[in-house]
Design a protein around this ligand. Sequence first.
Ligand SMILES: Nc1ncnc2c1ncn2[C@@H]1O[C@H](COP(=O)(O)OP(=O)(O)OP(=O)(O)O)[C@@H](O)[C@H]1O
Length: 269
Amino acid sequence: MNSDQLQADPTGTRVGIAYKVRNMAFFYGGVKKALDNINVDLASRAVTAIIGPSGCGKSTFLKSLNRIAEAETKVRIDGQIELFGQNIYDPVVNLTRLRRRVGMVFQRPNPFPMSIFDNIAYGPRVFGMKGNLAEIVESSLKKAALWNEVKDNLKKSALGLSGGQQQRLCIARSLAVNPDVLLMDEPCSALDPIATLRIEELIESLREQLTIIIVTHNMQQAGRCSQYTLFFNTDESRIGQLVEAGPTRDIFFSPKDKRTEDYITGRFG
Ligand SMILES: Nc1ncnc2c1ncn2[C@@H]1O[C@H](COP(=O)(O)OP(=O)(O)OP(=O)(O)O)[C@@H](O)[C@H]1O
């Protein structure tokens, strides 16, 4: 996806660029190449879905956008990833600050074993954010559409919430530190259809304030939730590559690459 495609914004408003990824290659353990030659611009204040068959590098790409991959294992990243004009792999980048700007929600909800209030207050406390903590907790839970369900139980353990509520809690926890970007790695894969629908509604309600990038195996979800889509696949050497990127309606209804069409129509993957 390039700037021209971004400007053909399906929402009808001109969007900016959050991430510029150039000639990016990703290696696990310094040797196993998981991604190669990734070049793409990602729109700000929009939802970008990442789709593709298992093992094509979707999560790897997502985890390179807030440098969380390197916290998990030894990796090497070549090329450049800029976030709002700053190279996030520049040695001067403060990783704590970067990960505050770029929040992440995982496949399985991972609330901390503490109260609902303390889960949300955790980030603001760590970062010494100014403002009334109770107000930050309330507004974050409201943004995550969870306030009405938990407002009388803020002191209760977050582990007592349902899976769908826990996932909205984790989203609220990310929102509490005012991120610019929210990365979501299959956030609904452990949820039932009703809880999934609530998360999708939440994504829609957040999209104008945030840049959201979501990995999903669910085509309908990508179609419902996103304005832009990236289709990843592996090449003949099993290395992940970005096959096609663009507005979601183009990827779904008039893909340029045969591999995208085969995947979308279920002939492959
Ligand atoms: N920690 C790791 N160490 C070594 N190789 C890894 C590691 N994590 C992922 N890989 C490899 O990198 C490649 C891409 O994996 P990744 O999890 O990013 O794919 P994915 O498209 O998200 O897959 P899925 O849809 O199954 O979650 C795969 O070959 C995988 O085995």
